[in-house]
Design a protein around this ligand. Structure first.
Ligand SMILES: Nc1nc2c(ncn2[C@@H]2O[C@H](COP(=O)(O)OP(=O)(O)OP(=O)(O)O)[C@@H](O)[C@H]2O)c(=O)[nH]1
Ligand SMILES: [Mg+2]
Length: 452
C-alpha cells in the first residue's frame, strides 16, 4: 500500500502500472519526480466502478431538526445543496478583498509574466480547498486575517452533518442508542438558539454536552462512519474532535479548520498572488455545480494553466443535482470536454486526482470500486486486478487520459489531496515548476515568432 502522506506514491505506482501494461516494460517514474506522464495506452476501454456498502444498524431517534425550518426538508441532497451557500452573504468578507465575481477582472489584460490559472472540476472536488491552500502559501497574512470569518460556516458544517446523518439513519432504518436519541432531542430543542438565517451562527454553551455525548457514542460514530462512505463533502469526525475548541470563547479557526470546511462556490472567484521572481499568478476558482458551469466560458480566454480536479475517492458518490450520475463519471465527462476544447489546445492541463484519502478509507472499509453489478463494464485488463489504491488510481488515470486527444502532450497527471497541506504545497510547487519549464518558454517563443 502506498504511503498515505506521500504526494507521489499512489501516482507513481499508477503511472508505473499503466506504463507497464502499455509497453510491457518497467519505467522508473522517480526519475521524473514532478510529473506523471506517458500514461496513454492503446485503444480506449470502458471501466466500471461501484460502491458496495457495509451498513450500520440501529434504532432511529424521534424527529429532530437542527437547522430550523428554512430550506431543509431532511433529504441529504437538499442539505448538501443548501450547505455552504446559505451563509454566503456572511462569508464574503472571508473570501478576501482581492477576490470577486466581477467579470471585468476576468477580462483584464494579460501581462507577459502574469500566468492565468483556472481551477476546474465538478462540485465538491476540492477546487476551493486547493485555492485556499494557494492563498495560505503565497498570501499567508491575508489568509490569516480572514480566517475568523469561517467560524459560522464551520458551525453550519457540523450541525448540517449531524442532521444529514440523522436523516440518512431514518431513511435506512438505522438504530441509534438511547444516549444518541436523547442528545439529538436536546440539540433539537436548542435549535432556535443554534441556528439563525442571515445572522451569525452561535452555539449556546448547553449544546456542548449533547454534542460531546454524540461524539463519544459508539452508535453515533458508527453511523458517521457509514455515512462517510457515501458522502465525503464534510469531514465531520474532524469537527467533532475539535468540539472543545469550538466552544471556547476565544475560538479562532485554524488553517486546517478552514481547509476542512465545505463552502460551495457560486460565480467566479479570483485572486492575484506574487509567486516570486518574475512570476505572478491570477488564479480563478470556479463553482463546479452544473448551474455554475454555464459561467465558466467567461473565464476561458488566455488561460495558461488548468488545474482540473477529479475526486478519486468519490467514485461511489452521486452528483447533488442528479441522483443517477456518479461524481467521478461527471468529472470524466467534464475533463473530456475541457481536454478536447479548442480553448485549451495550448494550455497546460494538470489533471489532479483528489480525495485519495477517502478512497483509502473506503477500500479499508470493504467498499468495492470495481464490481460487475455496475452498468458500465470493466476493461478486460483490469477485471482481475486487486482493489488496491494503486490499481484503482491507475485505472482512473488511464481512463481519464484516454478521454484527452490521442496526440495531446499537455496533460500532466498528479495525485494530491486538496485538504492536505503537504500534498497541496507539492502540487503548487509542481505547477510553478511546469510554468517555468513549459509555459513561460512557450509564451516567449510565441511572442518572438509574432515579432519576426
Ligand atoms: N478528505 C478529503 N476531503 C477533501 C479533499 N479535497 C476537498 N475535500 C473536502 O471536500 C469538501 C469540498 O471541497 P471544495 O474545495 O469546497 O469543493 P469545490 O470543488 O470547490 O466545490 P464547488 O465549490 O461546489 O465547485 C470540503 O469539505 C473539503 O474540505 C481531499 O482530497 N480529501
Ligand atoms: Mg468551490
Amino acid at each position: 500500500m502506498a504511503d498515505p502522506r506521500s504526494f507521489r506514491s499512489a501516482g507513481v505506482a499508477a503511472a508505473a502500472a499503466a506504463e507497464k501494461s502499455r509497453t510491457g516494460k518497467e519505467k522508473d517514474f522517480d526519475r521524473d519526480p514532478a510529473t506523471l506522464t506517458a500514461l496513454r495506452g492503446p485503444s480506449p476501454q470502458r471501466t466500471s466502478f461501484a460502491g458496495n456498502l457495509s451498513t450500520t444498524s440501529t434504532l432511529v431517534a424521534p424527529d429532530i431538526e437542527l437547522l430550523g425550518s428554512k430550506g431543509h426538508d431532511g433529504r441529504r441532497r437538499h442539505w448538501r445543496r443548501s450547505l455552504g451557500t446559505s451563509l454566503r452573504g456572511l462569508m464574503l468578507p472571508c473570501l478576501g478583498s482581492s477576490e470577486q465575481t466581477d467579470m471585468q477582472a476576468v477580462a483584464a489584460p494579460k501581462d507577459r509574466e502574469t500566468i492565468k490559472i483556472l481551477l476546474l472540476g465538478p462540485s465538491n472536488s476540492g477546487k476551493s480547498t486547493l485555492y485556499n491552500q494557494m492563498r495560505l502559501l503565497y498570501t499567508k497574512d491575508e489568509f490569516q486575517r480572514h480566517k475568523p470569518g469561517w467560524r459560522a460556516t464551520i458551525l453550519e458544517n457540523l450541525l448540517g452533518h449531524i442532521q444529514a446523518v440523522y436523516q440518512e439513519g431514518k431513511t435506512r432504518g438505522w438504530l441509534f442508542s438511547r444516549v444518541v436519541k436523547r442528545s439529538l432531542r436536546e440539540l433539537s430543542d436548542l435549535k432556535d438558539r443554534i441556528y439563525r438565517w442571515w445572522e451569525l451562527v452561535e452555539l449556546p454553551a448547553e449544546a456542548l454536552a449533547p454534542l460531546r455525548n454524540l461524539r463519544d457514542s459508539e452508535s453515533w460514530r458508527s453511523a458517521m462512519q457509514t455515512y462517510s462512505l457515501t458522502d465525503t463533502s464534510v469531514d465531520a469526525f474532524y469537527f467533532m474532535d475539535i468540539l472543545e475548541r469550538l466552544f471556547d470563547d476565544k475560538y479562532a479557526p485554524s488553517s486546517q479548520d478552514v481547509l476542512n470546511t465545505r463552502l460551495k462556490t457560486t460565480g467566479i472567484v479570483e485572486t492575484a498572488v506574487d509567486v516570486g521572481g518574475e512570476l505572478r499568478y491570477r488564479v480563478f476558482d470556479l463553482g463546479g455545480a452544473r448551474a455554475e458551469r454555464k459561467k465558466w466560458i467567461r473565464a476561458f480566454d488566455g488561460v495558461d494553466v488548468v488545474v482540473f480536479h477529479a475526486p478519486l475517492g468519490s467514485f461511489n458518490e452521486r452528483v447533488d443535482e442528479d441522483a443517477e450520475a456518479s461524481q467521478l463519471d461527471e468529472a470524466l465527462k467534464l475533463f473530456a470536454s475541457i481536454a478536447n476544447s479548442k480553448w485549451f489546445a495550448d494550455t497546460l492541463i494538470i489533471l489532479n486526482f483528489t480525495k485519495s484519502d477517502c478512497l483509502r478509507r473506503k477500500l479499508a472499509a470493504g467498499v468495492k470500486v470495481f464490481t460487475t453489478t455496475r452498468q458500465q463494464t470493466l476493461p478486460d485488463t483490469w477485471a482481475d486486478k486487486s482493489q488496491t489504491e494503486a490499481n484503482v488510481a491507475a485505472v482512473f488515470a488511464d481512463k481519464f487520459l484516454r478521454a484527452a486527444p490521442e496526440t495531446a502532450d499537455n496533460v500532466v497527471v498528479t495525485f494530491a489531496d486538496a485538504n492536505d497541506v503537504l500534498q497541496a504545497a507539492r502540487l503548487w510547487d509542481l505547477v510553478e515548476a511546469k510554468v517555468r519549464e513549459r509555459v513561460v518558454p512557450f509564451r516567449h517563443a510565441q511572442s518572438q515568432s509574432r515579432a519576426a
